[in-house]
Design a protein around this ligand. Sequence first.
Ligand code: BGC
Length: 364
Amino acid sequence: MRKGILTIAAVGLLATGGLTACSDDSGTGSADSKKTPKIGVILPDSKSSPRWETADRRFLEEAFKTAGVKYDIQNAQNDKAAFQTIADQMITGGVTALMIVNLDSGTGKAVLDKAKSQGVATIDYDRLTLGGSAQYYVSFDNETVGKLQGEGLAKCLTDKGAKNPVVAYLNGSPTDNNATLFKAGYDSVLKPKFDAKEYTKGPDDAVPGWDGPTAATIFEQQLTATKGKIDGVLAANDTLGNAAISILKKNKINGKVPVTGQDASVEGLQNILAGDQCMTVYKAVREEAKAAADLAIALAKGEKKETGQTVKDPEGGRDVPSVLLTPKAIYKDNVKDVVADGYVTKEQLCTGTYAKLCGEAGIS
Ligand code: BGC
């Protein structure tokens, strides 16, 4: 309890400084000139996708170091209570801007509202917090991500000569607004095919927390329920895709059933090279991190930047100023582009049996 009072007192002191910054809406940033910008970032976990630790942390650090600003990047490891504790510590620790990848909109909103009340600038990074109060949202065009997945699966099914294929869905976490957008994207491609009876809609399940082991269990149940009659898997990211592939391998039908993905993870790209995964979606996280860092730095200095674009928060009804970057579909023939972009290295990708496959895919 005593600790709580001390924390509140410390926050109160900071709030005074923060409010000064807040009242400086003139865009001159002069009231902030005495405050040293410091950016806090809370990443969601390190299992739902390797991207958070291997790409986002790395590229955010790169951007902050280049700009010469102080920063503190932490990972909540899929723990909502830890997420809030980290946010509290960052706010009392004097961050001038806070960037979050929420674990769900409820806790995300609580953190954003608290930061705002303390005069700390806020950014939704990658995931929009529904009903939240972030000043900016930086992400990719997530419906397009889903569209690329739907088109990718259709292309791979055609390549395999599939007739009236049964398509199963492994959707992302129900608490992630991105998962909703991805699904809207792939539904826009696949639903017309279901309606036209060109494809048959198979099982359709969400994977809580984007958890790989849970996805494997769910996919095994999907295969059992359909008596093994699944011809294509729309998996919303590489972690879920790899889970499906592990079960297809167990049943010795890997490579016959196209599986999609997202994130261009080393594992996903290796699955593509091996012919077990149809495609992935590459999102240039370096650009996402740079865009978010630029905004966070501007906000920390009390400046306002125009993004030229907004996204409607369907829950809060707000038009949130946004930066939305363009995703890219990756198949076996352009895996090399991801390496050329410096997202993964040849050393990471072309290990063991993948060395030969890398050579065949023109990765040198
Ligand atoms: C991100 C994906 C990621 C997933 C699981 C989504 O919000 O946009 O890139 O694979 O979360 O971490």
